[in-house]
Design a protein around this ligand. Structure first.
Ligand code: 26M
Length: 817
């Protein structure tokens, strides 16, 4: 491939310019005078892609050679974000591309802004998978990401009359220049029907699955270029298609329509991402999606094994598959099925391979978010995998009974099948039993995982339990999105920080340097001005960049407590109305995040924020003091503008409920101070930053647990706190909904009667903590010092560190670098 390099793959601006022009004609069929901005985007994207392909082909070739172990990251979501800018950064050609486009009369930033967001994920879990792909490539570790190529990603969020409205995400409408479809890399996946036992030619007992339906999965690949290295890994997403031969019988009886209908059903499998960040257990299509991508991925791994000339016995030496939550946990049964039914291995050997090949990451402790599937639905769709799950369970429970004779309550607690109501398969138990390593995503979360959800399993196999604290990529979330700060970091600690984030420690020496502080603030202010423009064009609200930008962006969820933040704003509003002289610093509160379409309370919280915004922003008495913004359609693309422009990061979930959080890390890297509870990775962020550089409030996880066990009475907090009571009354009165008093009632009643996430219990401490924030902000030297120290001490939260830990502790795989 290198032979072609000189002609079409030069990294200088002249060759880029030449190829952009050439692609404009040969791929877009346009000449400069009539080219649309989008034509220029496509021409540049294809030129950049050409430059990735050389490295990609060589990387794939090197993995096909013997003696490398390959990490396969199985995830139903990859929230990869816009590709052009990131690929330019990782190839190190951003400046050359800028120059080339300028010579062609185009502004690179304007061209990059045209890229559609590939929204193939809901939030944290999907974005984590994308950060890990970036780090795997950067550390030059052999890896493949496996997932689903959704035709429609997460919905686009519009706000109408203050309410969230979902619009379909047609991200592929104008084509996707980063995707390479491989029709020849395709596998068949069975659904429905029944099983049949037989004795094969060698007299061995075998099971055949007579499927009622088959679907074909076609590989759609996206290159994943590492930062300034030769490695370019693969993200392989499966698109479902109809299997031609399955329609044949229908054609023969003349049922043309029936055959086409079958085709439509097959193709709906990869049509749309489920937009919930919690499982909807009854959804047959969702289970079909999960099995579909897992089966294609495992079959692909078996084919690659064969290509490498390795025997089946070596499967787990060549591959390790990380299960991103339970969504791909059917892999336990499917790998067993392939090894038993397709490869003819015996149970013991197949089970040994399966356990050695699989590892499971848990991302939640919330009971309502633990995935289970009812038996009738599961059996109807996946009869053979179900038989295998029964057998895994039978053998596993025998083991439990041997260890704990007579302890039948333990047996039923640990069973893969929940028999307490209608019988259901517990996917977290399946994933745990089938894996050699199980991990949580932050220190606190991993501890609680061992003590609660998987307690019995941790007791049985303590050595299988690990913690790997999440991380995020500093390429996208610092170098790419905050070029102003990146330049200052280059000049201060050298460019090495991008691949070794711990070097940011070198900033500590400058934290009190007045001139340095001034440069630091100037960069932040420029970022805030840019965000103010985006806010204005998205919402029509004018915000003052000199105000404290207090930002909460994440999925809307009661446990994340956006309503706690909202309550505080209402209280502030009332205080400022009563006491106009109050010496509070001007603040701009920004919210962003999507609500699951069926989650009524989350949608009501969005309406409340917009209601408060309307009242506050139109009250002349609040001018220059308070602004409230709901930024619509928060996604990776808009995140690029938001994290670098924040002053304060809201991480205020109920302690023990947020597994890790990753937005908290993105803010920290960008010099944003955190106000937060001791939850998820906040605990470690505070440890790294130093307690004096973190605004801590709220109950600890044990307090939360105890309160809920002993009986929590939210109304007591209302009685005890006049300001809180008045805020709740004002909301209930309809003041924030043009006098309609019924709409927010459910929210207020829910809070005063149940308050499942203890917002009212934490309210007073939150308010007190916000007063400390205000005081610190009023002293710019103090604030800036804290800001610098947060960036300086964010090194731990690079996804490079996280991936090294997965490599060392779980995969037995070292960076090639
Ligand atoms: C499951 C079944 C059916 C439909 C949808 C789902 C589903 C999809 C996404 C369930 C959960 C999903 O995401 C959960 C998530 O994003 N969890 C977050 O993971 C982050 C990365 O580890 C953590 O930082 C967050 O704390 C955690 O909430």
């Amino acid at each position: 491939p290198r032979a072609a390099e000189a002609s079409r793959h030069g990294l200088d601006s002249e060759s880029l310019q030449r190829d952009v022009l050439e692609n404009l004609v040969s791929l877009q069929a346009r000449y400069p005078a009539i080219a649309t901005p989008h034509d220029w985007y496509m021409a540049l994207a294809y030129s950049v892609r050409d430059r990735l392909l050389v490295r990609w082909v060589e990387t794939v070739q090197s993995y096909a050679a013997r003696d490398v172990r390959i990490a396969c990251y199985l995830s139903a979501e990859f929230l990869i974000g816009p590709q052009l800018g990131n690929n330019l950064v990782n190839l190190g050609i951003e400046a050359d591309a800028r120059e080339a486009m300028l010579a062609l009369g185009q502004d690179l930033d304007a061209v990059m802004a045209l890229e559609e967001e590939p929204g193939l994920g809901n939030g944290g879990l999907g974005r984590l998978a994308a950060c890990y792909l970036d780090s795997l490539a950067t550390l030059e570790m052999p890896a493949i990401g496996y997932g689903i190529r959704y035709e429609f990603g997460i919905f686009r969020q519009a706000i109408r009359d203050g309410w969230q409205v979902e619009e379909t995400d047609k991200w592929l409408q104008k084509g996707n220049p980063w995707e390479i479809v491989r029709p020849e890399v395709a596998y068949y996946v069975n659904f429905g029907g029944h099983t049949h036992s037989e004795t094969d030619a060698e007299g061995r007992f075998r099971v055949r699955w007579i499927a009622a339906n088959q679907v074909k999965g076609v590989a759609c690949d996206t290159p994943v270029q590492g930062y300034r290295v030769e490695t370019c890994n693969t993200l392989r997403l499966w698109r479902s298609e109809a299997v031609e031969s399955f329609d044949l019988a229908d054609f023969n009886v003349g049922d043309y329509y029936g055959a086409v209908e079958q085709k439509v059903v097959s193709e709906t499998l990869s049509k749309v991402l489920y937009p919930n960040d919690e499982p909807e257990m009854g959804k047959r299509l969702r289970l079909a999606q999960q099995y579909f991508f897992v089966s294609c991925s495992l079959q692909d791994m078996l084919r690659l094994l064969q290509q490498k000339g390795e025997p089946i016995e070596r499967f787990a030496d060549v591959f390790v598959a990380q299960l991103n939550d339970t969504h791909p946990s059917i892999a336990v049964a499917e790998l067993m099925r392939l090894l038993l039914d397709e490869c003819g291995l015996q149970w013991g050997q197949a089970w040994d391979i399966t356990q050695r090949a699989l590892a499971y990451t848990n991302h939640t402790l919330l009971p309502e978010a633990l995935e289970t599937w009812g038996l009738p639905l599961f059996r109807g769709l996946l009869p053979r995998p179900l038989e295998i799950i029964y057998e895994i369970n039978r053998r596993f429970l025998d083991e439990v009974r041997q260890r704990h004779p007579g302890d039948e309550s333990r047996v039923s607690r640990m069973s893969l099948i929940d028999e307490s109501g209608d019988r259901r398969i517990r996917m977290a138990h399946l994933a745990t039993v089938g894996s050699h390593a199980i991990n949580g995503v932050a220190a606190l979360h991993s501890t609680l995982l061992r003590e609660t959800v998987l307690r019995d399993f941790a007791e049985l196999w303590p050595e299988r339990f690990h913690n790997v604290t999440n991380g995020v990529t500093p390429r996208r979330f610092l170098a790419l999105c905050n070029p102003g700060l990146a330049r200052l970091l280059d000049q201060t600690v050298g460019e090495g920080w991008i691949a070794d984030l711990t070097r940011l420690r070198g900033l500590e020496a400058h934290a009190d340097d007045e001139a340095f502080q001034q440069r630091w603030r100037a960069i932040k202010n420029a970022n805030k001005e840019a965000l103010a423009k985006h806010i204005h064009s998205a919402t029509g609200v004018a915000v003052d960049p000199r105000a404290l930008f207090d930002i909460q962006v994440k999925r809307i969820h009661e446990y994340k407590r956006q309503h706690l933040n909202a309550l505080y704003i209402v209280a502030l509003y009332q205080r400022l109305r009563r006491e106009p002289q109050l010496a509070l610093a001007p603040r701009c509160f920004v919210f962003g995040g999507k609500a699951a379409p069926g989650y009524a309370m989350a949608k009501l919280i969005i309406r409340l924020i917009n209601g408060i915004a309307e009242v506050v922003n139109n009250d002349p008495a609040m001018e220059g003091r308070l602004k409230v913004v709901f930024f619509p359609n928060f996604n990776v693309k808009s995140a690029h503008h938001i994290y670098p422009a924040a002053d304060l990061s809201e991480q205020i979930s109920t302690a023990g409920k947020e597994a890790s959080g990753t937005g908290n890390m993105k803010f920290m890297m960008n010099g944003v101070l955190t106000i937060g509870t001791l939850d998820g990775a906040n605990v470690e962020i505070r440890e790294e930053a130093g307690a004096e550089n973190f605004f801590l409030f709220g109950l600890h996880a044990q307090d939360v647990e105890r309160l809920q066990r002993e009986g929590y009475r939210p109304a007591d907090h209302v009685t005890a706190n006049d300001e809180l009571r008045e805020a709740l009354e004002l909301i209930a009165s309809g003041h924030f909904l043009r006098g309609q008093s019924d709409v927010f009632r459910p929210l207020v009643e829910n809070l005063t009667q149940w308050d499942h996430f203890l917002a009212l219990a934490d309210y007073a401490d939150y308010v007190a903590c916000q007063a400390r924030v205000d005081a610190a902000w009023q002293d710019p030297a103090t604030w800036t010092r804290m800001s610098i120290l947060n960036t300086a001490r964010s090194g731990k939260f690079s996804s490079d560190r996280a991936i090294r830990e997965y490599g060392d502790r779980i995969w037995g795989l070292a960076p090639m670098k």
